[in-house]
Design a protein around this ligand. Structure first.
Ligand code: 5GP
Ligand code: MN
Length: 341
């Protein structure tokens, strides 16, 4: 961040009375981690921010400090709408366009508040007085650390800041296994550890905190549902309402399954197709890739979505059979890149 941006940010914070922090729909570890970390920093500056998220976040993040203060827009719409009306500053964290907050979009864009975007997705497009976009960053949580560090606020932080920030960096890099080779990341981790966080426990809290059903669902999906395309080093699997019912699916249970097929030697791309648990003909798509395969381009072109080079998402409004046909078409369209070694 430039000196000018820092000065503008400090001024916006000190002038603000009613601050809201928002993140994208179906919040992940980075969305929640960066929001909680930023809220903690703002509290250390004497502010009382509220974190409003569009909908439910996964159960495996519930242990994070201060999640009980988070307001869900879908559950407490009236209260949240009132807060948006009286807000004077809104932070938009971990999303690049207002449509990513879905049902919360009109409250966000119609609020009289000034908006500040802090994000690491490419092509930022949120109307804001200050846009802090850094696609090179591993995560928005990393950006939160850097901003607080640059503002000179890190020293006074404790575990309540360090834990969510570490958690967000960890989850957006798959436990520091992708998108995490920049040396700064390990400098940041070393600093966060000085706040007494237990990084091994954070890992277990996130990754080893599922139900037995979820582990069995993973086994079932890999054994029965994975469709591989060996010639194109790609694969996909489907997760239907019935599958989810059979394994007593709860929010977050699908997280990470899409990474598993990338364990196959030479695999470049993995796609998951998951039916919405309620709505008909809504399929949630997740894409993961390795090296330079641009799954965000594929997500934009075929799945009404976007995201990062190696981790993207989107949605389809059709039946599962039609969705599978679209995936096969996408694999064919990207055949040259997929076959490239
Ligand atoms: P996931 O597969 O975990 O849902 O999403 C992977 C990544 O893609 C996340 O960083 C998420 O923010 C991003 N993503 C998911 N859906 C969309 C979308 O519709 N548009 C954009 N721009 N990014 C998305
Ligand atoms: Mn993120």
């Amino acid at each position: 961040m430039s000196e000018d941006q820092l000065a503008q940010l400090s001024q916006l914070i000190s002038d603000a009375q009613n601050i809201i922090i928002t993140c994208h729909t179906s919040p992940d570890g980075d969305a929640i981690g960066s929001s909680l970390g930023w809220a903690e920093y703002l509290r250390s500056q004497g502010k009382e921010p509220v974190v409003i998220v569009p909908d439910q976040y996964p159960d495996f993040l519930r242990w994070l400090p201060n999640t009980e203060k988070i307001i869900r827009y879908d559950k407490h719409t009236e209260k949240a709408d009132m807060l948006f009306k009286i807000a004077d500053l809104i932070f938009c964290l971990d999303y690049n366009t207002p449509s990513r907050v879905e049902e919360m979009q009109s409250a966000l864009v119609e609020s009289p508040a000034q908006r500040v975007l802090i994000d690491h997705h490419p092509n930022p497009d949120v109307p804001a007085v200050l846009t802090l976009s850094c696609p090179e960053a591993s995560s928005t949580s990393e950006l939160i650390f850097s901003i607080v560090w640059q503002l000179g606020g890190f020293e006074q932080q404790d575990k309540h800041f360090a834990t969510p920030v570490y958690c967000g960096m960890m989850t957006d890099t798959g436990g520091f296994t992708f998108n995490s080779t920049r040396p700064e990341i390990f400098f940041i981790i070393s600093q966060l550890l000085t706040k007494g966080i237990n990084k091994d426990k954070i890992y277990r809290n996130v990754y080893n905190n599922y139900s037995e059903d979820r582990l069995r669902l993973m086994g079932y999906v890999m054994y029965q549902k994975l469709v591989t395309d060996p010639a194109r080093h790609a694969s996909y699997f489907t997760l239907t309402k019935k599958d989810m019912r059979d394994f007593h699916f709860i929010k977050g249970d699908a997280e990470g399954i899409v990474n598993l097929p990338l364990q196959i030697k030479g695999q470049k791309l993995s796609v998951s197709l998951r039916e919405d648990t309620e709505k008909e003909n809504v399929i949630w798509v997740s894409l993961r890739s390795v090296d330079d395969f641009p799954c965000n381009k594929m997500a934009a072109e075929f799945f009404n979505g976007g995201g990062h080079l190696n981790a993207s998402g989107g949605r389809l409004y059709c039946s599962m059979a039609e969705a599978e046909a679209i995936v096969k078409k996408a694999f064919l369209a990207y055949e040259d890149l997929l076959k490239k070694s």
